[in-house]
Design a binder for this molecule. Structure first.
Ligand code: ATP
Length: 353
C-alpha cells in the first residue's frame, strides 16, 4: 500500500514547458486518472512518476518520502504501455516471469507466482504461446500480468487500451479495475477517453496544456466542473449564456438564462459573467400541460439504442442537446417544450467560445 504525491512538477523540453505546476495525489489503493487531449502532458507526468524523466522542479513522494533521486529500477513501480512491449521470442509465461528471473527468484517460487498471475488475468492455456500467436487483448493482459507479478508499490498505465477494439477495451478495462481493487494497489492511469476515466477512477485529473485544470472525483468533474474546458471534455454539454447573475451565498446564484429566472448552484465566488452548464440528460420534453423552461423546435434526432439524442433550436438562435428515452415519439420539425432539472444545472465562469 502506498500514497504517492506529485508536488508542483515542472518539466521542459528545451524551450517548451510540458508541465507547469502539476500537483496530484493518489491515496493508498486509489486509481487516479490523467485525462486530457493529445499533447497536454499526461505521458510526461507518468514518465516523471516512473523515473524515466527528471522534472526540473517539484517533488515526487512515496508515503511522504521524496523518491526524486531514486532511479526508475529502484522505485519498485510496474509500468504498462499502450504497445504492450512484450519480448517477441519469449512465450507468455516467460514474458510474465521475466522480471522475477532478473531478480533471481528461485524456480519453484517463480513458477507459482507466474501461475497465479496467469490465473489473475485469465490467460490459462496460453502459457506456451508466443505474443504473435495471441490477440491484442491477450497481449495486453500479458503486459498487465508481467507488471502485477512483481507486486509493485505503484502501477502506472499509459493508454493501455488504446490499441484494442471497442469490445475488448470494455473487457480489459473492467479487468484492470477489478485487479487493481482486489490487490489494493495504488495506480495512475493515462487516457484521453472520458468514459474510460469516469468508469475506472477514484479521482480524475483533467489536464490542459501542462496544467491540472481540475482534480476531483469523476462525479464532481462531470457535475461540477470548474470551467467549460472540463465540462466539454467530460461529456455532451449545453452552455447557456446568463443575462444577470447575483450570488446568494454558499455557491448559490440567482440567474436569468433563456428567458427564465432561477436559482442554481455553481462554482464559488463567481462575479461578473457566467454561463450555465446543462447536461443533455438533465433536460426532458414537457408533459402536455406542464410549464416549460424552454420552447423550441426539434432540428436533429438520432436513435442510439439506449436513448435518442435530439437537438432543439431556440428562438434566440441557440440550440439545446437533449436526451430522450428510446421510445419517446420525437420527429424533426416538431415543436418542443423542454423542462430542465434545475437541481442539476451548474453555473461556471463564462469564457470566450
Ligand atoms: P498523447 O495523448 O498524444 O500521448 P500527452 O498528453 O501524453 O499526449 P505528452 O506526451 O506528455 O502529452 O507531451 C506533452 C507535450 O510535450 C507535447 O506537446 C509534446 O509534443 C511535447 N513533448 C513530449 N516529448 C517531447 C520530447 N522528447 N521533446 C520535445 N517535446 C516533447
Amino acid at each position: 500500500m502506498a500514497t504517492v504525491e506529485a508536488i508542483k512538477l515542472h518539466k521542459r523540453y528545451h524551450d517548451f514547458v510540458a508541465l507547469d505546476d502539476v500537483t496530484l495525489r493518489a491515496e493508498s489503493g486509489q486509481l487516479v486518472t490523467l485525462l486530457g487531449p493529445s499533447g497536454c502532458g499526461k505521458s510526461t507526468t507518468l514518465r516523471c512518476l516512473a523515473g524515466f524523466l527528471d522534472p526540473e522542479g517539484g517533488d515526487i513522494t512515496l508515503d511522504g518520502e521524496s523518491i526524486l533521486k531514486l532511479p526508475s529500477n529502484r522505485r519498485g513501480f510496474g509500468v504498462v504501455f499502450q504497445n504492450y512491449a512484450l519480448f517477441p521470442h519469449m512465450t507468455v509465461a516467460e514474458n510474465i516471469g521475466y522480471g522475477l528471473r532478473l531478480q533471481k527468484c528461485p524456480k519453484p517460487d517463480m513458477a507459482r507466482r507466474v501461475g497465479e498471475a496467469v490465473d489473475l488475468v485469465r490467460l490459462n492455456g496460453l502459457e506456451d504461446r508466443l505474443p504473435r500467436q495471441i490477440s491484442g487483448g491477450q497481449q495486453q493482459r500479458v503486459a498487465l500480468a508481467r507488471a502485477l507479478v512483481m507486486k509493485p508499490r505503484l502501477l502506472l498505465l499509459d493508454e493501455p487500451l488504446a490499441n484494442l477494439d471497442a469490445r475488448l477495451r470494455d473487457e480489459v478495462r473492467w479487468l484492470i479495475r477489478d485487479l487493481q481493487q482486489q490487490s489494493g494497489i495504488t495506480a495512475f492511469y493515462v487516457t484521453h477517453d472520458q468514459s474510460e476515466a469516469m468508469a475506472m477512477s477514484d479521482m480524475v485529473a483533467v489536464m490542459k496544456a501542462g496544467r491540472v485544470a481540475q482534480f476531483a472525483t469523476p462525479r464532481e468533474i462531470y457535475q461540477k466542473p470548474v470551467e467549460r474546458y472540463v465540462a466539454d471534455f467530460t461529456g455532451e454539454a449545453n452552455f447557456l449564456a446568463c443575462q444577470s447573475v447575483a450570488e446568494q451565498g454558499s455557491g448559490q446564484y440567482r440567474i436569468e438564462a433563456g428567458g427564465t429566472v432561477l436559482t442554481v448552484a455553481g462554482v464559488q465566488g463567481l462575479n461578473g459573467r457566467a454561463e450555465l452548464l446543462v447536461r443533455p440528460e438533465t433536460l426532458r420534453l414537457a408533459a402536455p400541460d406542464e410549464a416549460a423552461d424552454f420552447n423550441g423546435r426539434i432540428v436533429k434526432c438520432a436513435f442510439v439504442g439506449a436513448s435518442q439524442l435530439c437537438e432543439i433550436a431556440l428562438p434566440d438562435g441557440g440550440t439545446l442537446k437533449l436526451t430522450a428515452a428510446p421510445n419517446t415519439p420525437v420527429h424533426v420539425g416538431d415543436a418542443a417544450a423542454v423542462v430542465m432539472d434545475r437541481a442539476q444545472a451548474w453555473l461556471m465562469p463564462e469564457v470566450a467560445p
